[in-house]
Design a protein around this ligand. Sequence first.
Ligand SMILES: C[S@@+](CC[C@H](N)C(=O)[O-])C[C@H]1O[C@@H](n2cnc3c(N)ncnc32)[C@H](O)[C@@H]1O
Length: 320
Amino acid sequence: MTHQPVLLTEALDALQIRHDGIYVDGTVGGGGHAEAMLARLTNGRLVGTDVDPAALERARQRLAGFGARVSLHRASYVDLGAVLDGLEIDQVDGVLFDLGLSSLQLGDPRRGFSFQMDAPLDMRFDPDCDLRAHEIVNRWDEGAIVRILRDYGEERFARRIARRIAQARAERPVDTTRKLADLVTEAIPKPAQRGHHGGRDVHPATRTFQALRIAVNDELTNVERGLSVAFERLATDGRLVVITFHSLEDRLVKRFMKAKAQGCVCPPDLPVCACGREPEAEIVAHETPTDADRERNPRSRSARLRALRKLTSPSARTER
Ligand SMILES: C[S@@+](CC[C@H](N)C(=O)[O-])C[C@H]1O[C@@H](n2cnc3c(N)ncnc32)[C@H](O)[C@@H]1O
């Protein structure tokens, strides 16, 4: 099993890699994007982070040939500031986040991310994290499960699914991915069971599994924090490039980038600007996969890339 990097050319174009720059791959995974970045960094460095030690091990093997130009860290991208401090790096020229899970994680039956294989209900990116999907499914109250399915899965049958789970677990724990997928299917009315997305059939449990994964790994909070930390450490002209796989994440990225690119917010009839607000960044890319990409790599079908370039900070402008 290999992980094919999604929107690779687009990510490299958006990063505009300088051969002697310092770049971060915040979600290094199997090292696909990182390898392509390092190939352009003939004199530069790449710092990679991931919370999954198995992914890091793969990346370590794949990137070994780049020697001291790459350093890999078992850390959340939320803690990027501390990682960079530890390396005595103040600012970087670009940061990539390729969010979500890799094909390696999805295809590993022990991780419990997929309903295609029977596995314990786990879904943790970081195996040292205390919370597993099993705990949510079997111990959290029904109302909390409804909220997770609605907020993180945009699941319109959230209430019915949570009810079915509560009924089943009253008899015996819901232990496996298959069992959970069967319960979800039973809870959804027959005509609504066949969903479609990007021209493909979608399993009725897809949204429930996405929701649980987001909750287990606190993904949306992490994305919000990660964007801020990455932006803070970008040098002027530095690029922040983010690839997302579902609309909830994409909405956060879009809102963050729009806010950074927002200039004066005074009413248009005001003769001079009174707010003094200047854009901190400009949006430089918004890409989705081509049909050929989607055909070649089905995992890319819902991918979206957004990128910004950091502008000189307003304080630096006044100092000059
Ligand atoms: C889509 S994969 C990245 C694949 C990679 N770009 C490649 O080409 O091989 C996303 C990775 O992000 C990692 N991840 C998830 N949450 C993270 C976090 N908070 N901090 C760092 N890595 C995280 C996952 O463990 C996974 O390996």
